[in-house]
Design a protein around this ligand. Structure first.
Ligand code: CAA
Length: 390
């Protein structure tokens, strides 16, 4: 397969500049404080919505910006460079719930949920994992049972990003029965809103990083869900979730690259200022080699992500390439931020400098939307099932 890596268009550069400017004025001045206080700033949703950033991939007929995936990735990287917590809110909203409603929702569902989501009036979330179902997502236990036209849902969802603020949550639940378990084919997707009777927000996680992104458990206790909240077909929810994660993982790759790029830039600046043995430490090869490797890995990750984004918009099968982009970018983010701490020495280990936060924020990119181990499994399976690379 041949992949063309084209230079950014005028529109792509324009959107990148808007994201950079927004980050400089509305995010960067507050990032350290939001991290320290574990605060999600609610006004961001409206502000990002006004820019069109909550409907980046949604067609104009549904009030979105109809941008291509590469533009979305470039904007996401700029936001992540300023604050990875804001980036994950954007990534989840743009890649998962909105795309799921766009792809599998009825016209009524699009009118009611997708349009206000695209305008930034309703924030989206995605609820697949459960306390006992993480990497083995198909083992989820939340049960949906038919009651007339409605469904009654019982269960607990875990690790839900934007969970305290999510107003439209796509939740996966079992619609097979204990007597007739159908595995991955026994799972359906539902559009959940917090006003449903029996909906509850549970424990808010006290996390190492991404502290300004609220991650919660959701409890469904005899939650009555109207029949018209079923998304697509009964039994297809797991497939929808997997296909959507093929998109979502590109967003996490962009977030990872933003984190890594920020750590690289701070390191380059610090190495020029910091003097030891009478010289700026950038003059020592030990530091130069680290900076060179950091820059190389960030560029390689970005190149793979951008190629994957272009391939997605050409309609290519994305499972393998989104897993590769996420794997490379997230491991790059962790490695680069580790090197950044080393370059900063003791100052990297304290909260006075941003690399400490970047290091903490990087870790989860190797875990959520599928761990690095799961990405490797996905890539290896694709090599054997399709042999697309050869
Ligand atoms: N696209 C389309 N269909 C897919 C697919 C994909 N990418 N991946 C799997 N499927 C289909 C399979 O073809 C199969 O369909 P059939 O029934 O027709 O055969 C079905 O789904 C079941 O697939 P598998 O047999 O491969 O399922 P599995 O149980 O072996 O699991 C897995 C596969 C890749 C390990 C999957 O469970 C997985 O990705 N796990 C990680 C879960 C994950 O990423 N969770 C993140 C949650 S979101 C989050 O992190 C929080 C947040 O908000 C940021």
């Amino acid at each position: 397969m041949t992949w063309a890596l084209t230079p950014l268009t005028d529109l792509q550069r324009e959107i990148q500049a808007v994201a950079k400017d927004f980050a400089a004025h509305e995010i960067t001045p507050f990032t350290a404080q939001w991290d320290r206080d574990a605060v999600f700033e609610p006004s961001l949703v409206k502000k990002l919505g006004d820019l069109g950033f909550l409907g980046m991939l949604i067609p104009e007929e549904y009030d979105g910006m109809a941008l291509d995936t590469l533009t979305y990735m470039v904007a996401l990287e700029e936001i992540a460079m300023a604050d990875a917590s804001v980036a994950v809110m954007l990534s989840v909203h743009n890649s998962l719930p909105t795309q799921m409603i766009l792809k599998w929702g009825s016209e009524k569902q699009k009118e009611r949920f997708l349009k206000p989501m695209a305008r930034g009036e309703l924030l989206g979330a995605f609820a697949l994992s459960e306390p006992e179902a993480g990497s083995d997502a198909a083992s989820l236990r939340t049960q949906a049972v038919r009651d007339g036209d409605d469904w009654i849902l019982n269960g607990t969802k875990a690790w839900v990003s934007s969970g305290t603020k999510g107003e439209v949550i796509i939740a996966m639940a079992r619609t097979d029965t204990p007597d007739d378990r159908k595995g991955a084919r026994g799972i359906s997707a539902f559009i959940i809103t917090p006003d449903l009777p029996g909906f509850g927000v549970g424990k808010k996680e006290d996390k190492m990083g991404l502290r300004a992104s609220p991650t919660v458990q959701l409890h469904f206790s005899d939650m009555r869900v109207p029949g018209d909240r079923l998304l697509g077909k009964v039994g297809s929810g797991f497939i929808y979730a997997m296909q959507s994660l093929d998109n979502g993982r590109l967003g996490i790759a962009a977030q990872s690259i933003g984190i890594a790029e920020a750590a690289l830039r701070h390191s380059v600046a610090y190495a020029a200022e910091r003097k030891q043995f009478g010289h700026p430490i950038k003059e020592f090869q030990a530091i130069q080699f680290k900076l060179a490797d950091m820059a190389t890995k960030v560029s390689a990750s970005r190149a793979l992500l951008h190629m994957s984004a272009v391939a997605k918009d050409r309609g290519e099968h994305m499972t393998q390439f989104s897993a590769m982009a996420k794997l490379l970018a997230s491991e790059t983010a962790m490695w680069v931020t580790t090197q950044a701490i080393q370059i900063f020495g003791g100052y990297g280990y304290v909260k006075d400098y941003p690399v400490e936060r970047l290091f903490r924020d990087a870790k989860v990119t190797e875990i959520y939307e599928g761990t690095s181990e799961i990405q490797r499994i996905v890539i290896a399976r694709e090599l054997y099932s399709k042999q697309k690379l050869f």
